[in-house]
Write a protein that binds this ligand. Structure first.
Ligand code: F6R
Length: 605
């Protein structure tokens, strides 16, 4: 993870770097720092608080510079304390920031210590700074190209030298890095959002690229040291999309944006057609005999939900695997499988590695459901559906999840159609239901005041259980994840039928049990599971469809969703769970948008 931004300009770069850090804070916020080049000297300021604190520190110190690098950290090696915060210096000559993990840092550290280098931090990053200093020839571009040959692992780095004003050199291997082209000023950053508003001319560096950034030129060499031209893309400015507007938190804003995000994701879907996923999708969908979904976290739960759709509507076997597990286990590859990755960021290291692994096993049909059109994952996969959630700033995923579900439902229909398993009448009925989703979601969002009342009770708890059945079991998992990640309440989810096989032992009068109760074919079974909880004194908090015939009684609290939504019901039922987590976090006073220990984009293994 971690966010990097660097600039070479004719004016003071501190405001650009600070703005960049604010926009990159989603990548990690354990500490942050800036280093600039001033009168052939390195100067830096670091903070173990947020970027806003660093900004105040800089305003007081009056630090300025025309060349600089900055970093926001998600700690891997070494605690989040000032001496581990980036930028790291070597012998007051080299300043360096890094995102990723250097696997051979121990060996390199021993080697550099033997050469007399003194380490001030526990980070793997400081090793690179000293290595660059040790190998420094007076030409930083040349030196970095040689130094990275000694590194094993994943990294993006940006570095400058006190001896070379107006020059920043950056390199990437396994972690994202972009170059921004300006007029007499150039930038490097972990993503284009960092410099949106300053330039929209972006180069996406490729694996192994090293870039030499100067005032009037940008020079890139590839992994073999050959000079290369990379395509310059004009990206849309994101600046207005990240304004908070009338909301208190980004998560709240993003929950309430879901009707719009889903409408945007469906824009342009006039009919169901495989071509929504790419030109070659029809022939691919005809050839495949199974689907393998690879994803992490919330995106994995979207995949679990889609398994129910794929098998019941498209009648195609579907497996869903946690990307970080799949990539390291022995599996039996089937070349006729469609490998589907689901990722909001498109940069998740485990998911990227998993799809590469699948390809190395001969599974060449790849498709991604992704929210970032220019991300590594979209470049990696042959087919894609871009969800239009817009930038998601809150670390806890909300609108990305529901738009992923929309993309996955469309995929289900497109596969079904390609295999002649979808009648015209069914297609029209599904399309109608999809188009009604934004309005249906508005009615669910209107339940917020009832959920606020429940949140007060949850805020006093340290444990919670979530129950669901069928395609709402993944929604229970997602509800529990939302609660734990932003409130720090220990929450676990179970398929309701599993309760009696062990977890029932946890149920006492102290235990809140959130139950997702859509009026589907499993409702009577679910009611029996609820009785099992009540018989042990557990407090039920039930989200029931209006026609589920579940009424409030002692120990049974009920919020009714306005309508039963059939196959798309998971998309509606997750929303009250997001609101419950949000309002519980508010009541507990936790940092909703930046929960402890987490980061938005997980670009390390
Ligand atoms: C939880 C959450 C994470 C992400 C996971 C995958 O709220 O956001 O679990 O879903 O890190 O991220 P992407 O979708 O970017 O691959």
């Amino acid at each position: 993870m971690c966010g990097i931004v660097g600039a070479v300009a004719q004016n003071n770069v501190i405001p650009i770097l600070i703005e960049g850090l604010k926009r990159l804070e989603y990548r990690g916020y354990d500490s942050c720092g800036i280093a600039v080049h001033l009168d052939r000297k390195l100067q830096r300021s670091r903070s173990t608080s947020r970027v806003a604190d660093l900004e105040k520190q800089l305003a007081t110190s009056g630090l300025t510079g025309f060349t600089g690098i900055a970093h926001t950290r998600w700690a891997t090696h070494g605690a989040p304390v000032t001496h581990n915060a980036h930028p790291h210096f070597s012998r007051d000559r080299i300043a360096l920031v890094h995102n990723g993990i250097i696997e051979n840092h121990d060996d390199l550290r021993a080697e550099l210590q033997a050469l007399g280098y003194v380490f001030e931090s526990q980070t793997d990053t400081e090793v690179i700074a000293h290595l660059v200093d040790h190998m420094y020839t007076g030409d930083l571009f040349e030196t970095v190209q040689q130094a990275i040959k000694r590194l094993t692992g994943a990294y993006a780095i940006a570095v400058f030298s006190a001896d070379e004003p107006h020059r920043v050199v950056a390199a990437r291997q396994g972690s994202p890095l972009i170059v921004g082209l300006g007029d007499g000023q150039n930038f490097v950053a972990s993503d284009a959002m960092a410099i949106a508003g300053t330039t929209d001319q972006i180069i996406y560096l490729e694996e192994g690229d090293v870039v030499d950034l100067q005032l009037q030129r940008v020079w890139i060499v590839d992994v073999n040291g050959r000079s290369v031209e990379r395509e310059v893309k004009t990206v849309q400015a994101y600046s207005s999309a990240v304004e908070l507007g009338p909301y208190q938190h980004y998560m709240q804003k993003e929950i309430f944006e879901q009707p719009r995000a889903i409408a945007d994701t469906l824009e342009g879907v006039v009919n169901i057609m495989p071509e929504l996923f790419g030109d070659k999708a029809f022939s691919v969908f005809q050839q495949i005999d199974s689907v393998l979904i690879l994803a992490c976290g919330t995106s994995y739960y979207a995949g679990l939900t889609a398994k129910y759709w794929l098998e019941s509507v498209a009648k195609i076997p579907a497996n869903v695997e946690i990307a970080s597990e799949y990539r390291y286990r022995d599996s039996v590859p089937n070349p006729n499988t469609l490998v589907v990755t689901i990722t909001q960021s498109g940069e998740t290291a485990d998911t990227l590695a998993a799809v590469k692994h699948a390809r190395s096993l001969g599974m060449l049909h790849t498709l991604t459901i992704c929210n970032a059109a220019t991300s590594a994952m979209v470049r990696e996969c042959a087919l894609a559906y871009i969800t239009r959630a817009g930038v998601e700033v809150g670390v806890a995923s909300t609108k990305a999840f529901t738009t992923q579900l929309v993309g996955l439902f469309l995929l289900t229909l497109a596969i079904a159609q390609s295999k002649n398993r979808l009648s015209e009448e069914q297609e029209q009925a599904h399309l109608k239901a999809l188009r009604h989703l934004p309005a249906a979601l508005q009615s669910v969002l209107a339940l917020e005041p009832h959920i606020v009342a429940w949140a007060e009770a949850f805020a006093r708890k340290e444990n919670a259980l979530f129950l669901g059945r069928g395609m709402h079991y993944p929604i229970a998992l997602e509800g529990a994840l939302k609660l734990k990640e932003i409130t720090y309440i220990h929450a676990e989810a179970y398929a309701a039928g599993e309760l009696k096989h062990g977890p029932l032992a946890l149920v006492t009068e102290e235990m809140p049990v959130v139950t997702i109760a859509p009026n589907d074919t499993l409702i009577e079974k679910l009611k029996s599971n609820m009785q099992e909880v009540r018989a042990r004194g557990g407090q039920l908090y039930v989200f029931a469809d209006a026609d589920s015939h579940i009424s409030p009684s002692e120990g049974v609290h009920v919020i009714r969703l306005p309508e039963n939504y059939g196959l798309l019901s998971p998309i509606l039922h997750v929303v009250p769970l997001q609101l419950l987590a949000y309002h519980t976090a508010l009541a507990r006073g936790t940092d909703v948008d930046k929960p402890r220990n987490l980061a938005k984009s997980v670009t390390v293994e």
